[in-house]
Design a protein around this ligand. Structure first.
Ligand code: GAP
Length: 471
C-alpha cells in the first residue's frame, strides 16, 4: 500500500476546497488555514456526530457555548498566567526560535542509550525534557552542542526562557495592564466558571457533564504539520463532574467511550490508534491520571485526544480566586464536597486531519486518489447530474427536493463520466442522473458509489429511498 505523504494530502485539500492557506491573496500567513466549502461541511459533520453521541444520546450531559474573551482572573486561577508557557530558545546567528524541549526530544530519540548518559552527566530526573527546569534544558542544549535543525550548523544558543502562549489583547481604549484580557487558550475553563450556573439551571445531580465546542488560541513557537499544530484551533471538550473516589473508575470507562466514538462513529481505523498513559513525571500539575489517544498521521504518531483526571484542582482554584462557593450538596447522602472532574477532550482540527488521513486512498490500478468517506461523514451526500441540457431546469427541481433532507451538489458541466469521477474523488455516496426518457416516466437513476450499481427510483420516492443509507 502506498504511504501517504503530508504534502500530497495538503495539495489535495487545497485543490478540492477542503482547506486553504489563510490570506492567500495577500501572500499567506504562515501556519494559518481556512476551511473551504467541503472542509466546512466535513467539520460540521464531525461536530454533529460528537454532539449526537455525547449530548443527544445521553441524559447526563448538557451543551454550552461560552465567550472567547474572558475575565483575566479566570486565567490567574487556572494557572495559565504563570504556567502556560513553552521553553523558548533562539539561535543567535540566524535569529530563529525553537522549542528547546522539542530539540532535546529529538536528541534523545537519536540514540538508544541516552538515559544512563544523561542521568550520569546532567542528573536529569527523566527523559521528558518538557518537565526539566529551564536551567537544565539550557545546560544540556549547550554541552551537547545541539545543532540548529534547519541549518544543521553548530549551535549558538541563548538561554532557554519561558514563553507564555496566551494571546493578549485589551478592552476599553487604554492599552495598559489593567485593561489586558486574553483570548482563551482552552474552552475548559468556562465550564468550571459556569459550574454553579449550569448545575442550578439544568437541575442536574452528580455525576453530570458539560460539553463545549469552540475555538482556542495559542501563540505557538513552532506550529506545523499542516493543521496539526496551529495558533488557532478548535476543541471539543467535556468536563464530567463526579464524586471524589468514583473518579478513577469513570476515567477507565471513558477510555472505552472514546475508543467507541473514534472507531464506530467516526470510523477511524483501529490499527492507527494507540493509547498512551502519562508517566508520573509527565502529568500536568492538576492531573492525577492522563491517557493520550494517538493517531498515525502521515508524519507519524501524534496526539489526537486525551482523557485526564483533573481532580478538584479547577473548582478549588476558582473558589479561592472568586470567593464563590462551588461545592456540591448531595441530598441523598446529605454530603457536601467539591466534585472531581474527568476531562475526555478531543481536538476537532486534529480529528479533521485524522479523518482525511483515514479517507485518503490510492487506487493503484487507475493511479487515482480518492477520499473514501463513510456516508455519514461525507461532506456531500448526493450529487444531481442531468445528462442533457433540456432537462437542466427539471433537474434543479430534483436538487431542491433532495436538499430538504441532504447536503447535495448540482453539476451540469462536462461529460457524465467526468462528473462521476469528480464526485467519486470525494466519495459522494450517491449520484442521481436524469435523462429525458426516465424523467418523463417520473424516474431517475441512482448510482451507488461503492459498487457502481444503478437503480431506477421514482422521483416522488427519492428522499425516502435514500434516507436509510444516509442515517
Ligand atoms: N483542556 C485541556 C487542554 O486544553 P492541553 O494539553 O493544553 O489541554 C489539549 O491541550 C490538547 O489540544 C493537546 O494535547 C493537543 O492535542 C491539542 N492542542 C494543543 N495545542 C494545539 C495546537 N496549537 N493546535 C492544535 N491542537 C492543539
Amino acid at each position: 500500500m502506498q504511504k501517504i505523504e503530508m504534502k500530497d494530502l495538503v495539495n489535495l485539500c487545497q485543490a478540492r476546497g477542503f482547506v486553504y492557506q489563510w490570506s492567500e491573496i495577500y501572500g499567506w500567513l504562515a501556519n494559518s488555514w481556512d476551511y473551504g466549502p467541503y472542509g466546512s461541511l466535513l467539520k460540521e459533520n464531525i461536530k454533529n456526530l460528537w454532539i449526537k453521541e455525547f449530548v443527544q444520546k445521553r441524559d447526563d450531559m448538557v451543551l454550552q457555548d461560552s465567550a472567547i474573551l474572558m475575565n483575566s482572573q479566570v486565567w490567574v486561577a487556572s494557572g495559565h498566567v504563570w504556567g502556560f508557557s513553552d521553553p523558548l530558545i533562539d539561535d543567535k546567528n540566524t535569529k530563529e526560535r525553537f522549542r528547546a524541549d522539542k530539540l532535546l526530544e529529538d536528541l534523545i530519540e537519536s540514540s538508544s542509550d541516552k538515559w544512563e548518559y544523561l542521568k550520569t552527566k546532567y542528573w536529569v530526573p527523566n527523559l521528558i525534557p518538557e518537565s526539566w527546569d529551564m536551567q537544565k534544558q539550557t545546560e544540556v542544549m549547550r554541552w551537547e552542542q545541539v545543532l540548529n535543525p534547519n541549518t544543521k550548523k553548530p549551535w549558538d544558543w541563548t538561554d532557554v526562557k519561558k514563553f507564555n502562549l496566551m494571546y493578549k489583547t485589551f478592552q476599553w481604549v487604554n492599552e495598559d495592564t489593567a485593561s489586558t484580557i486574553y483570548l482563551r487558550p482552552e474552552t475548559a475553563q468556562w465550564i468550571f466558571v459556569n459550574f454553579a450556573n449550569v448545575l442550578r439551571t439544568s437541575r442536574r445531580k452528580l455525576p453530570f457533564w458539560v460539553a463545549q465546542i469552540g475555538k482556542a488560541f495559542r501563540n505557538e513557537i513552532t506550529p506545523g504539520n499542516f493543521i496539526f499544530r496551529t495558533r488557532e484551533f478548535e476543541q471539543m471538550e467535556i468536563e464530567y463532574f463526579c464524586e471524589p473516589g468514583t473518579d478513577l473508575d469513570i476515567f477507565e470507562k471513558w477510555k472505552e467511550n472514546c475508543k467507541n466514538f473514534l472507531v464506530n462513529v467516526i470510523w477511524l481505523d483501529e490499527n492507527n490508534l494507540r493509547f498512551r498513559d502519562h508517566e508520573k513525571d509527565e502529568l500536568s500539575h492538576y492531573s492525577k491520571a492522563t491517557t493520550d489517544i494517538e493517531f498515525m498521521f502521515p508524519f507519524g504518531w501524534g496526539e489526537l485526544q486525551w482523557i485526564a483526571d483533573r481532580t478538584d484542582f479547577d473548582l478549588k482554584s476558582h473558589m479561592t480566586e472568586s470567593k464563590q462557593d462551588l461545592t456540591y450538596f448531595d441530598p441523598v447522602n446529605n454530603k457536601k464536597f467539591i466534585p472531581y472532574v474527568i476531562e475526555p477532550s478531543v481536538w476537532l482540527t486534529r480529528l479533521f486531519l485524522a479523518v482525511l488521513t483515514n479517507a485518503y486512498t490510492f487506487d493503484e490500478q487507475n493511479e487515482r486518489i480518492y477520499l473514501k468517506f463513510e456516508p455519514r461523514i461525507a461532506p456531500i451526500k448526493v450529487a444531481v447530474l442531468p445528462v442533457v441540457k433540456k432537462i437542466w431546469d427539471l433537474a434543479k427541481n430534483i436538487y431542491k427536493q433532495l436538499s430538504e433532507d441532504f447536503v447535495c451538489e448540482y453539476d451540469e458541466v462536462w461529460t457524465i463520466w467526468k462528473r462521476y469521477a469528480r464526485m467519486d474523488e470525494i466519495w459522494v455516496p450517491f449520484c442521481i442522473t436524469i435523462d429525458s426518457n426516465n424523467y418523463e416516466n417520473g424516474d431517475v437513476t441512482v448510482r451507488f458509489r461503492d459498487d457502481m450499481s444503478q437503480q431506477i427510483v421514482k422521483i416522488s420516492e427519492l428522499n425516502e429511498f435514500l434516507k436509510p443509507y444516509l442515517k
